[in-house]
Design a protein around this ligand. Structure first.
Ligand code: FAD
Length: 655
């Protein structure tokens, strides 16, 4: 057992970190179960807020492993990475360290919905996360499998209300106590793996599932409602066997954009980045899928599969006759494998090979690891409060795929927030929540605990009604100051950097507002700028910056004495200028909602026929509850600020 308790780096340069007398202690403030994307952020966050933390995970060498695609970020997900970074989480800096192909997705749309994304080197990512955890004060890591959650008997004064007291480890049945715990078992809770007609217990290929005792603890002992979800992963292909000349090259951005606000550059130099390749499925792929359905247990059990990362089988079944995109993505700088995004499949291995070879670029492909599917238990997240604590179990927090989400970024975001609150609870500080007007993390948690999930939940920009304010460029200003001053999870150095940026942007905006002249004078000063206003209209430099073709650099060269010192922030200032009027309007709307909280809502309103843009879900809740006031409506499950504004406008207009 002692051998197992040592921190055992599997990378030669990774320093040995713990002495045996460090642990096992018998008592910690916080125990985090699981070393995936949620667990690592949770453990680091709990330690940052000051809690003595233990991370228990099945295999130390898989801490920070990317189970599926080697990539981070994307549309909506990139915003989450930036927010995690702003609260001093790990994944953004890990992405900058491990990225081998950086691009900003959605560039044709406004900067509010740009999606920073990177293709990663798996090994570098894992090493970075492990190194960070190793250096983290107050954090101990233990290799072991948790088989049981220990809880106090329900308090007679609060029937059904348990309190978490610790864990029991499989190996030797050792118990360790804590008053707070974060459970992040990912795809491992009663996990089953599927390949062809073979089903075996497992959480990921090569890893056993969580012990059945853990599912039992949650369901039988604590009475939590659970469900089953599925996902899958594609085969990994040997790169040397792929004819890349038959695929279309997809180059990275010339200048990589780091995820972290603390990084000016990524580790990978621009010219060292690796390309991705695009190819397409052929009718032969569809034929093999259709001919082998009877050999494919995973797809037989659920033909639809997860909506957001569908398998090739469900894509073919849903959209017959179509050609589907397949991205061939590098697995790392030195890896000899390619990851075929879009070809997640659960066919028998020989048929997987036949299917791949129906695609011209993959005619000679060889598979190193076949694709497979996984089915696992999740806990219905409506049983959690916005702090991610289980309502009926004091001190028990859940984060990541166990809450019904999919994706590393969603897991990391929840992990960070659960870790913060587990740490604060253990230190007798009040738990906190993040509002959906403040962050994508707030949107994610509000959606989970307010609406629940019926399929794996993935973040999209469309889920955030305040997306013009919740931009990837300004997460540091939204979250780092609060993270330091109130939450306690942000370091002083990050805080100081955020304050420096905030003050500089404020000064630059004030300076731009103070420069005002007619549009004719602006044209004379800046040359031929396309300003549609009439000649005499007065425009401030800030208003002018909203126009296409006007850059902050142009303004700074016209007014160097007051603006050139802010050139470092030219892109952020341009984005701020574009969105400022819209965001100010939204803030006014929010203030109006607060002022009108006591506004009466007619009890006979027919919510289903209201001529306003409300989702069916919101109409159903309103119809069911029939709130008396606008304030009561704001507190309803699943109610969004945008829906409240619609309701307010309607009642004011008609009443
Ligand atoms: P995980 O990363 O799964 O980590 C769970 C951790 O908990 C592991 O380290 C495990 O060892 C540990 N653990 C579990 N039980 C115990 C226990 N009892 N005691 C101690 N430790 C324990 N995401 C996508 O976005 N798109 C996809 O297409 C996609 N496909 C996937 C396909 C497969 C086959 C798998 C396995 C995952 C896929 N994912 C996909 C999901 C992605 O991997 C997860 O969203 C993400 O890893 C979730 O992070 P997590 O921290 O919640 O859990």
């Amino acid at each position: 057992l002692l051998r197992k308790l040592f921190w055992r780096p599997n990378h030669p340069q990774f320093p040995i970190c713990r002495t045996v007398c460090d642990f096992p202690l018998k008592k910690y403030d916080v125990i985090v179960v699981g070393g995936g994307h949620a667990g690592t952020e949770a453990a680091a966050a709990a330690a940052r807020v000051g809690a003595k933390t233990l991370l228990v995970t099945q295999k130390i060498q898989t801490i920070g492993a990317l189970s599926c695609n080697p990539s981070l970020g994307g549309v909506g997900k990139g915003q989450l990475v930036r927010e995690v970074d702003s609260l001093d989480g790990l994944c953004g800096r890990a992405g900058d360290w491990a990225g081998v192909h950086f691009s900003i997705l959605n560039r044709s749309k406004g900067p509010a919905v740009w999606g920073p994304r990177a293709q990663l080197d798996r090994e570098l990512y894992r090493q970075f996360i492990q190194t960070e955890l190793h250096a983290m004060p107050r954090l101990t890591v233990l290799e072991g499998s948790v088989e049981e959650l220990l809880v106090s008997e329900p308090n007679p004064d609060q029937p059904g209300q348990h309190r978490v007291t610790g864990i029991r480890i499989v190996d030797g049945g050792q118990t360790i106590s804590s008053s707070s715990m974060v459970l992040t078992t990912g795809t491992f809770l009663s996990g089953s793996l599927f390949m062809g007609q073979t089903t075996s217990p497992g959480g990921r290929i090569g890893d056993p599932p969580s012990c059945v005792g853990l599912s039992h603890s949650l369901r039988e002992k604590l009475g939590l409602r659970t469900g089953r979800l599925r996902t899958g992963t594609p085969p990994r292909i040997i790169k040397a066997t792929v004819q890349l000349s038959l695929a279309q090259i997809n180059a990275p951005d010339k200048q990589p954009t780091p995820f972290s606000y603390l990084n000016k550059h990524t580790r990978c130099k621009p010219e060292e980045q690796l390309p991705c390749y695009l190819t397409h499925t052929t009718p032969g792929v569809e034929r093999i899928v259709m001919e082998s359905l009877h050999l494919n247990t995973h797809i037989q059990q659920d033909t639809k599969g997860p909506r957001y990362c569908p398998s090739i089988e469900s894509r073919v079944l849903r959209f017959p006759g179509r050609s589907h995109q397949v991205w061939l993505e590098p697995e790392g700088l030195t890896s000899d494998l390619l990851y075929p995004q879009g070809l997640s499949m659960t066919l028998p291995p020989d048929l997987q090979l036949r299917l791949l070879r129906e695609i011209p670029a993959l005619q000679r492909a060889e598979i190193q690891i076949p694709g497979y599917g996984v089915q696992y238990d999740f806990v219905c997240p409506t049983q959690l409060s916005p702090s991610l604590q289980v309502k009926r179990v004091q001190g028990l927090f859940l984060a990541g795929q166990i809450n019904g989400t999919t994706g590393y970024e969603e897991a990391a975001a929840q992990g960070l927030w659960a870790g913060v609150n587990a740490g604060r609870t253990a230190l007798s500080l009040p738990a906190l929540s993040l509002s959906r007007t403040q962050s994508y993390i707030g949107v994610l948690i509000d959606d989970l605990v307010g609406r629940g999930v019926t399929e794996p939940y993935r973040m999209f920009t469309s889920r955030a009604e305040f997306r013009t304010a919740l931009r990837p460029d300004n997460a540091d200003l939204r979250l780092s100051p609060r993270g330091f001053e109130e939450i306690g999870c942000v370091s002083e150095c990050r805080y100081e950097e955020a304050v420096r940026v905030r003050d500089a942007l404020r000064d630059a905006l004030t300076a731009m507002k103070s420069i005002s002249m007619s549009s004719t004078r602006w044209r004379e000063k800046l040359g031929d700028v396309n300003v549609s206003e009439s000649k005499s209209t007065m425009l401030s430099a800030l208003e002018l910056l909203q126009y296409n073709g006007v850059t902050f650099e142009m303004l700074a060269s016209a007014f160097p004495e007051c603006l050139s010192k802010h050139l470092e922030f030219s892109q952020r200032l341009k984005i701020e200028a574009i969105y400022r009027p819209h965001c100010e309007r939204q803030v006014r709307e929010m203030e109006r909602i607060r002022e009108e909280e006591s506004l009466s809502l007619p009890l006979d309103i027919d919510y289903f026929s209201l001529p306003v843009s409300l989702s069916r879900e919101v109409r159903e809740v309103l119809d069911h509850v029939r709130p008396h006031t606008l304030g009561a409506a704001t507190r309803l499950r699943g109610m969004t600020p945008a829906a409240i504004v619609q309701l307010l406008n309607y009642v004011r207009k008609t009443g």
